[in-house]
Design a binder for this molecule. Structure first.
Ligand code: NDP
Length: 279
């Protein structure tokens, strides 16, 4: 694509953003559907968020993704939030609609889409274990509540944070059996779905979020980390017999959801995935 006088733009704001894979698949998406748009990464210094949003908005930005560390800081700058962003209390997508800034959160929807497509797993009525109680765990817990998971256990190093997440999910989804998991007493065999939503397993945070025993192919172990592509946790889970998925597909599908919010078009997921794979 060659930019010209009619080229529109969208982008991602965060800090740092140099490593972001979103420009790779969003630009591939624009090209695949023939949109004269370009997607850029903006590294925004702390304290410059408000000015940056106002500037991008004034320049006719068509859509934004928000990443670390601004997913919550962005909220007071938005005119409205969709129900998911409101529940998660964080936004990863901004839609510019008739001069208004609307916040969305597509992380959880991306996770659910990946589960359905990549593992052929329907979470409705299932028993899930979420390891972690940070932003990503919150998005995924809300998404699992929305699709009618039967039970949800939350395991986190800081149990106070796990308790707060349990109360939140319980208040939104009273039919879901939600409780804090006791770190000493988690039996992986008791879950249909096990999700690592911590940063344990990344290169700068090595280790295992949970010890695993024998698993079955009917059980899905999902690690939302996408670098490395196969964490130690996923490697062991596969060895123990479970179906495993890494976080690259969640990343792809959350981006596909954002694309549709901005453009009103179905996302060309195949093209986006191919661009990501090539990279
Ligand atoms: P947060 O900082 O909000 O949460 C981090 C979580 O990891 C907390 O639960 C924290 O526990 C836990 N944790 C960190 N270090 C340790 C440790 N050494 N031992 C035990 N627990 C630990 O981060 P996010 O929720 O935003 O992101 C978590 C991971 O998810 C990151 O790796 C990120 O890259 C990935 N991610 C992937 C996405 C995708 O699309 N695939 C989307 C979003 C995130 P505690 O509360 O006790 O500190």
């Amino acid at each position: 694509m060659h930019a010209n006088g009619q080229t529109a733009f969208a982008g991602i704001i965060g800090s740092p953003v140099g490593h972001s894979l979103s420009p790779v698949f969003q630009n591939a998406a624009f090209e695949a559907v023939g949109l004269n748009w370009v997607y850029l990464a903006f590294d925004i210094a702390p304290g410059e968020l408000q000015k940056s949003i106002a500037g991008l908005s004034a320049c006719g930005c068509r859509g934004l993704n928000i990443t670390m560390p601004y997913k919550r800081d962005i909220l007071p700058l938005l005119d409205d939030l969709d129900e998911t962003a409101l529940r998660v209390d964080a936004a990863n997508t901004i839609e510019f609609r008739n001069g208004k800034l609307i916040g969305h959160n597509t992380d959880g929807a991306g996770f659910i889409k990946s589960l359905r497509q990549d593992a052929a797993f329907d979470p409705e009525g299932s028993d899930a274990l979420i390891i972690g109680a940070g932003g990503a765990a919150r998005s995924i817990s809300v998404a699992l509540g929305q699709v009618g998971v039967r039970s949800l256990k939350i395991l986190n190093r800081d149990t106070g944070k796990a308790e707060r997440l349990v109360r939140l999910i319980g208040s939104y989804f009273p039919d879901c059996l939600v409780e804090v998991a006791d770190s000493g007493g988690v039996d992986p065999a008791g879950f249909d779905l096990l999700v690592n939503a911590t940063s344990v397993g990344m290169e700068n945070n090595p280790g295992l979020p949970l010890m695993l025993e024998a698993l079955t192919p009917a059980q899905v172990v999902y690690d939302i980390i996408y670098w490395p592509l196969e964490t130690e946790f996923l490697r062991i889970a596969a060895e123990k017999g479970a179906q495993t998925i890494n976080g690259l597909r969640m990343l792809l599908f959350q981006g596909a959801e954002s694309f549709s919010i901005w453009t009103g078009l179905d996302a060309p997921v195949e093209h986006m995935g191919a661009a990501l794979k090539e990279r």
